[in-house]
Design a protein around this ligand. Structure first.
Ligand SMILES: Cc1ccnc(-n2c(S)nc3sc(C)c(C)c3c2=O)c1
Ligand SMILES: [Fe+3]
Length: 324
């Protein structure tokens, strides 16, 4: 039976807090791991005071953003647009031979409907409206890195927390963290695909109220799919992970004979360690997004959460089922 909003009382005391309706995502805003302008010393923009100030200016928008509001547009500078254009040109040249068919199918629509091109950086609000039309996914501006729990919880509501700042102009082809190029070229095209949207939401639903250990396992599964996923396409393999599709070097490397390629089995993937500052030594191949979704659902059922959840798209809220 369905346990309503009051159902929180029905859950075991030890259940970690999780959002029950879309507006609850507003509570994540102040919980960002670092404000975004405290850049690591090895960050390309660490010594550039005006870059750090620009980051703070852009991330302030995310701090005040509330559910239901349009995402404010950023008046990007010529230097920022040139950085974007360099990344756009380099990567779009590789998509025909390295990106999965789902990415290639939607890219022309992004050019047509969202102004993707070298002359301007697409605005998140325009892109979010497009995604809403395609799969119900929406974007939400984020100041910097959310915790894995908060970030994955957002996916349960088909909400993707997206950065709005861009990497430092001194290194257009490298970034130690997500930036708007990574989101627009890597993540957005796949969230326009219904099967990938279902798959991503599956991970999000599994993360609601999950134990810290299960959050770690689900974040690792996220890492080897949404970020660094490879899929089978006929007799070839292609990239669908955003970290691959937005990184010129790693997009080349991931389809070469250098990395090890394994089958996507969530229980095994969840145990895999991954470096985030160099290319992955191992990638996992999904047979299809539907197949990957079913495997994640199976994996989620084997987790030690004493209840299961369902998303009600009419009320944009979570329903608790068979709370054991
Ligand atoms: C699970 C989770 C929670 C928050 N952010 C992420 N996340 C995402 S989506 N993309 C990137 S690209 C990059 C270079 C890094 C470090 C990174 C990242 O950390 C992942
Ligand atoms: Fe990412």
């Amino acid at each position: 039976h369905i346990v309503g909003a009051a159902g929180a009382g029905e859950l075991p005391e030890s259940t970690p807090w999780f959002p029950r309706k879309m507006v609850d995502l507003d509570t994540f805003a102040d919980k960002v791991l670092e404000m975004g302008e405290e850049l690591d010393s090895d960050h390309p923009g660490a010594k550039d005071a005006s870059y750090r100030a620009r980051r703070a200016e852009i991330t302030m928008i995310a701090k005040t953003y509330k559910t239901g509001q349009p995402i404010p547009n950023i008046d990007y500078t010529q230097v920022e647009i040139e950085t974007w254009a360099a990344v756009f040109d380099k990567l779009t040249g590789m998509f025909p031979t390295h990106a999965c068919r789902e990415h290639q199918h939607v890219f022309p629509l992004l050019i047509q409907n969202c102004g993707y091109g070298t002359h301007a950086i697409p605005q998140l609000e325009v892109v979010s409206k497009f995604l809403k039309d395609c799969t119900g996914f929406t974007l939400r501006p984020v100041m910097g890195l959310l915790t894995s729990r908060d970030f994955l919880n957002g996916l349960a509501f088909r909400v993707f927390h997206s950065t709005q700042y861009i990497r430092h102009h001194s290194s257009p082809l490298y970034t130690p963290e997500p930036d708007v190029c990574h989101e627009l070229l890597g993540h957005v095209p796949l969230f326009a695909n219904p099967d990938f949207a279902d798959f991503s939401q599956e991970i999000g639903l599994a993360s609601l109220g999950a134990s810290d250990e299960d959050i770690e396992r689900l974040a690792t599964i996220y890492w080897f799919t949404v970020e660094f996923g490879i899929c089978r396409q006929g007799d070839q393999i292609r990239a669908y992970g955003a970290g691959l599709l937005s990184s010129f070097g790693e997009l080349e490397y991931c389809l070469s004979d250098k990395p090890e390629i394994r089958a996507f089995e969530p229980a095994k993937v969840a145990q895999q360690k991954y470096p985030i500052t160099e290319y992955q030594p191992v990638y996992f191949v999904a047979e299809s997004f539907k197949d990957a979704q079913m495997r994640v659902r199976e994996f989620a059922n084997s987790c030690d959460r004493p209840f299961s959840v369902r998303y009600n798209a009419y009320t944009e809220s979570i329903e608790i089922l068979d709370s054991k």
